[in-house]
Ligand binder design. Sequence first.
Ligand code: DX5
Ligand code: ZN
Length: 215
Amino acid sequence: MAIVSPSLLAADFLHLDREIEMINRSEADWLHLDVMDGSFVPNISFGFPVMEAVASACKKPLDVHYMIVGPERYIQQTARLGAMMMNVHYEACTHLHRTIQEIHDAGMKAGVTLNPATPVCLLEDIIDDVDMVLLMSVNPGFGGQKFIDTILKKTRQLRQMIDVHGSKALIEIDGGVQQQTAPLLVQAGADVLVAGSYVFRSSRPEDTIQELKRL
Ligand code: DX5
Ligand code: ZN
């Protein structure tokens, strides 16, 4: 059964309380929070004031995805938020190994994220240290984009690397996850599905989450 992590980016920001209540009632395993700085990615989303409010109401573990330059500057603040997982981009971290250690020292699980054009083989020397690899199946920055098909091959490559290493890392896929793409991703070896618009724009979001879980 896939772990499902709905992305709050597609939620109705005017009624976040209702959206979080829906997540709490649903079978969602985690809640995915997309932080964007307008520099690493072209868009700006939300930051700590919003995440603190969400954390105070959300009963599901928080899966925070930083699309920002120098995410290591926010490790302590993210830990204070009570986040379960802190995902940082490979492309945004000069000293990735140190950053992963610091995330662990702060008491969180550590994830490394790859943009669509960044190959899986670059993770060879860090795969034993991370709890999750987040593969972007769209270019980060916006919800509702078209799924990039090459991610299926990449997911299989990563599955193989993880198995060869005996690593405990989970594979999470983010971007364009919906009815057609989700089963293919699970088949290719994905453990965690992030879904933004597919869940929050659904007329019955709780059923949509349940459907993703039952794949
Ligand atoms: C994109 C974000 C995603 C986004 C996914 O940069 O990282 O988490 O919310 O949105 P959908 O599921 O609509 O493609
Ligand atoms: Zn994300």
